[in-house]
Write a protein that binds this ligand. Sequence first.
Ligand code: ADP
Length: 225
Amino acid sequence: TLGELAAGMAHELNQPLTALLANTQAVSRLLRDEPPDLALVQRAIDDAVQQARRAADVVGRLRRAVERPDARTIAQPMALELPLRSALHLLEPEFRRRQVLTQVESDGAPQVMADPVAVEQIVHNLLMNALHVLEQVPVDARRIRLWLGVEQGQGVLRVTDSGPGIAADVLPRLFQPFFSTRPGGMGLGLSLCETLATGMGGALTAANAEPRGAAFTLQLPLVMP
Ligand code: ADP
């Protein structure tokens, strides 16, 4: 529905626009210094450009989804690691601020057929969700593990956190639109991620991890040799 689409768009655009605002405000502040630190200004502007591009990508993808509902995403051969690296890079300041340790492991370098923007959006959402739940955990126990590999003939990206995990009654409702247990949460992140994943011929599933935490598994079709 239009309402769901608008809410989804607001959700996806909020992050890059917030970062864009922070970067341009920083530039404005830096330029008032005598003399201004132009290297810092350059970095903030480069970041701002990246964020603006990300926001434009979101709008472009939603527009494509509306115009051609049968071609939601444009799949191309891609290394599954690339969108992962770029989402990690984008969130690096957040990880540092919240003292969350991240660890990337891979078993091979899976090449999948997927839309890089959509995959980055999924990874970004999963990492943000992990960051949110890790607020409930003492700082020295905040961990996010990322695993890349191949399982049952599919490219797999798994995000595992050391958070509280998912309650049994929550598990079946996780991917429903507007389901949220987070104060201020809209409950659209995971439902959007699942739609994107299935639109690419893949899947997104959730489970509890051992000894604690949640594990989200994104499966995508491998590029055929
Ligand atoms: P929102 O973050 O706005 O609540 P989501 O669709 O991203 O929307 O998430 C829906 C719900 O799924 C969350 O409110 C939370 O209950 C649960 N959830 C998501 N990620 C995790 C996680 N890593 N660990 C435990 N629960 C999670």
